[in-house]
Design a protein around this ligand. Structure first.
Ligand code: GLC
Length: 399
């Protein structure tokens, strides 16, 4: 029997957002008789312990602060600065190359733009490198360059939705290189039945309060501001609804920072004291989702995938969601389509939340359809299988 082939995963961060949870589910889910995962993170953080806890060998490489703050998302990073900080990341690149030599992986699988860039020289030197693209890359010079680099050197581009895949092709990626493989959800962990977080007790809310919540990284484009404005509209009409914002400001890239404080200020300005609570980062996401009467997704930009929508659906929660990108693909033609709203529109968001609250029977029915859809089409096992099929086709090791 051939020994398992090693896969070296590269993560640009050791924080735990959707991209990292998805990577971890994949790495931990690999068939160990065939593949042996190793994880290398740029910088320290909770991903490291989480990986080790799930049997994935993980180490860190340090990275200069200026490079850690660089982000390709949106227009936050000017080309010149990106190049400048890339040069400063040379020691990081050397550390990655050394790790690749030592571990001799059959494949390198990069999970974000920065490690895409840093793995390109390995690809050019002949190593099998896969880039997992989890963002809509802006249509600008540095990103088009990145795509050209991929065409020249990378073995495969995995996109986390068909929308991201189509966007990559629009940016110039060779269609044959691009594989749309949606994320998978562990539907036994994200299950409708199971313990619920006691949010009412935590925030001193009266029974019987209905709770509407947003779960996810605190970032401008995730739309927590839109959510607060929608909460304002609903709170003006109904007294027994409370709102909770769950999530931390975990990414340290430029364009992030001070957003949590700005949100709290906005909540005060909107006179939402006692109506909105900020729960911070939570590790018990299934418990939190199960405690919510309505889950809200409010991204103001098209969502590349939208993991929280799938997690909430797996827990059979009614989800109000912002249309576009991967979100449309997750929800599909389930009854939850009725709760899809225009992005960045607080009034539309408030109307959909109000509808979910006013029609609990319909909302429950739609939510059950959501659970079925995730279990049938977005199960983590299916995701791992598809990635392993891709690995097999790239390494030429059969099925
Ligand atoms: C990124 C995307 C998000 C997706 C996650 C997992 O964080 O922004 O849409 O759910 O990656 O692929």
């Amino acid at each position: 029997m051939t020994p398992p082939r090693r896969v070296l995963y590269l993560s640009p961060t050791a924080q735990l957002g959707g991209a990292e949870h998805s990577l971890l589910d994949l790495a931990a889910g690999l068939d160990r008789r065939r593949y042996e995962p190793r994880l290398l993170c740029l910088g320290d953080g909770p991903l490291l312990g989480a990986a080790l806890g799930r049997g994935v060998d993980a180490t860190i490489v340090t990275t200069p602060a200026a490079f850690a703050r660089t982000s390709l998302r949106g227009s936050r990073t000017a080309v010149a600065r990106l190049l400048g900080s890339t040069v400063r990341a040379l020691p990081t690149f050397v550390a990655i190359r050394r790790a690749a030599r030592r571990l001799a992986p059959a494949l390198v699988h990069s999970n974000g733009n920065k490690t895409h860039l840093l793995s390109a020289p390995l690809a050019l030197a002949g190593r099998l490198v896969v880039w997992h693209v989890r963002d809509f890359l802006p249509d600008r010079r540095p990103e088009r360059l990145l795509v050209r680099l991929a065409n020249a050197a990378v073995a495969a581009l995995v996109a986390n939705s068909s929308a991201v895949a189509a966007h990559l092709v629009r940016l110039g990626a060779r269609p044959a290189l691009v594989h749309a493989i949606p994320n998978g959800i562990d539907v036994s962990r994200f299950d409708p039945d199971g313990p619920r977080a006691d949010l009412r007790a935590a925030f001193g809310w009266p029974e019987p309060t209905r709770v509407v919540g947003m779960v996810g990284v605190l970032a401008r484009w995730k739309g927590q501001e839109v959510f607060l404005r929608a909460a304002r509209e609903i709170a003006g009409r109904t007294r027994d609804v409370r709102f909770v914002v769950v999530g931390g400001e975990i990414y340290q890239t430029s364009g992030h920072g001070d957003f949590a404080a700005a949100l709290r200020r906005l909540a005060r300005e909107l006179e939402l004291d006692g109506v909105v609570a900020f729960a911070g980062h939570r590790d018990d996401v299934p418990e939190v989702l199960r405690a919510l009467d309505v889950v809200v997704h409010a991204s103001t930009e098209p969502e590349p995938f939208g993991r929280v929508i799938a997690e909430a659906m797996a827990c059979a929660r009614p989800v109000v969601w912002a249309r576009g990108g991967g979100a449309d693909e997750i929800v599909g033609a389930t009854g939850l389509a009725a709760l899809g709203v225009e992005r960045g529109n607080p009034a539309a968001l408030a109307a959909a939340i109000a509808r979910a609250l006013a029609e609990p029977d319909a909302a429950r029915r739609w939510a059950r359809e959501g659970r079925v859809r995730i279990a049938e089409r977005f199960d983590i096992d299916r995701h791992v299988e598809r990635i392993q099929e891709l690995y097999a086709s790239l390494t030429g090791s059969g099925g």
